[in-house]
Design a protein around this ligand. Structure first.
Ligand SMILES: Nc1ncnc2c1ncn2[C@@H]1O[C@H](COP(=O)(O)OP(=O)(O)OP(=O)(O)O)[C@@H](O)[C@H]1O
Ligand SMILES: [Mg+2]
Length: 443
């Protein structure tokens, strides 16, 4: 270990330092707190042995500053004999242990061994956390682009909490998939996952769908029905397309979420239901809340935690793996993709995101002739795809260049040799560029 000793007593420093070096540790020694902090900034230190009472900064002041810079540093405080109250207070300040003077060297070694073990365990824990981050997901989800990696790492962290989650993203970005993933990574993957598509249920039936009804509560209610809330008890209620709820239904939903109780249509009593709510929408719910089309209080209740799914065009790195994934799923025999076909798929904009890519692969497989999909097998819109944004960039660059030429010419009274000098190009290049941009004379 790298050990920093801070003690104003030179004898003590040498004694401890020599002893620890013989045991294979690397030792830095400082005569006071200031020097200790300076050394601390220069080399990685795992353990500090700090004399509590030093002129200038005291041991616990030094420790506090070290911890501020590196919270992982371990420390043993060395206190005067009999100063138990100090010992307690330095432990409170973050020392891992203390020793009284005169220092018993074999006890010091024991303590260092202990700390070394703790550090090793902490390192293992780090590994463990990393292993969890990389553990296989319970669903087939492709996403090694940085944007998706961030999203998935966030999902792993929030899945275990009881708070509601709002998943936002354009159509087809995988919101439902992520909702299922949150459920499966949550505290009880075997509990029910119940979906409600807020856009698909007619308003008149919504209440009974969600909260259930008693027999005879309305025409056609010929038996008792448990609503989705009750079905999801102890599990996850997935409110898909939640942005489509009417104002009346928003209030009813809000009440159920606030009170964690529902009553069946035509029912007399309230029923307690604990569910974890995951909602999804492709609308900008915040903007809707601001403009008053979505209840703000409901928005905040749904959006305790949020997950944003990036559109596919912002994570093109994932396209090849997604293509492979869908080929494996839908091809009836081993099928590969010609280079030019993948190039075209990489360039396309995907307004319908992953679902659109999925459909493209399905369609192409159905219509293709060989076991190797060609560019010509792809749908028209994909074949026509321009390299993304490149046109726009070139346009911008051209317009900047044209402005710069005009500016330099103006400032040089349209004397071309001088303008070329100004721009750091040859006169010949200047004339070529003037021709390219149609610049003839003063405009
Ligand atoms: N990262 C991914 N890896 C593999 N398949 C994916 C991924 N994302 C989406 N899909 C697939 O794409 C299709 C659309 O996904 P999903 O239904 O979850 O999207 P959505 O955001 O809910 O869409 P909508 O807004 O239209 O409801 C599904 O077949 C899903 O399995
Ligand atoms: Mg969906």
């Amino acid at each position: 270990m790298n050990i920093l000793i801070a003690d104003d007593d030179a004898m003590q420093r040498e004694l401890l330092g020599g002893f620890l070096e013989k045991r294979g540790h690397r030792v830095l020694a400082a005569a006071d707190g200031e020097e200790a902090l300076r050394l601390f900034g220069q080399a990685p230190v795992q353990l500090a042995l700090l004399d509590h009472r030093m002129p200038g900064l005291t041991g616990d002041q030094v420790l506090e500053r070290m911890k501020a810079r590196n919270p992982l540093v371990r420390a043993i405080m060395i206190t005067a004999y009999g100063e138990v109250s100090t010992a307690v207070s330095v432990m409170k300040l973050g020392a891992d242990d203390f020793l009284e003077k005169p220092v018993d060297l074999s006890r010091l070694l024991d303590k260092i061994d202990d700390l070394e073990q703790q550090i090793a365990i902490a390192d293992d824990l780090d590994e463990l956390v990393r292993a969890v981050e990389e553990a296989p997901l319970p669903l087939d989800i492709i996403g090694s682009s940085p944007a998706m990696r961030d999203t998935l790492s966030r999902v792993r962290r929030i899945a275990d909490s009881p708070w509601s989650v709002l998943i936002q993203g354009e159509t087809g970005t995988g919101k439902e998939l992520i909702a299922r993933l949150i459920h499966l990574l949550g505290p009880d993957p075997n509990a029910p996952f119940v979906e409600v598509n807020c856009a698909a249920i007619p308003e008149s039936l919504f209440e009974s769908e969600l909260f259930g009804h008693e027999k005879g509560s309305f025409t056609g209610a010929d038996r008792q029905h448990r609503g989705r809330f009750e079905q999801a008890r102890g599990g996850t209620l997935f409110l898909d397309e939640v942005g489509e709820l009417s104002a009346g239904l928003q209030s009813k939903l809000l009440r159920a979420l606030q009170e964690k109780r529902i009553s069946r249509v035509g029912g007399e009593r309230d029923i307690a239901v604990e569910v974890r709510v995951v909602a999804a929408t492709n609308r900008d719910l915040r903007a809707m809340a601001e403009s008053g089309t979505f209840r703000e209080d409901l928005y905040f209740r749904l959006n305790v935690l949020d997950v944003q799914l990036p559109p596919l065009r912002q994570r093109r790195e994932d396209i090849p793996a997604l293509v492979e994934h869908f080929l494996a799923r839908y091809a009836r025999r081993p099928t590969r993709l010609a280079h030019e076909a993948l190039d075209a798929l990489m360039r396309y904009q995907y307004p319908g995101n992953v679902r659109e890519l999925e459909h493209i692969i399905q369609r192409t497989l159905t219509l293709a002739r060989g076991a190797r999909l060609q560019r010509s097998d792809l749908p028209d819109e994909v074949r026509r795809a321009e390299p993304p944004d490149q046109g726009a960039l070139q346009e911008r660059l051209d317009s900047v260049e044209r402005e710069m030429l005009l500016d330099a010419l103006d400032k040089s009274d349209w004397i071309q040799t001088r303008a070329a000098d100004r721009l750091g190009i040859s006169e010949r290049v200047l004339r070529y560029k003037m021709g390219k941009y149609g610049i003839r004379r003063r405009e």
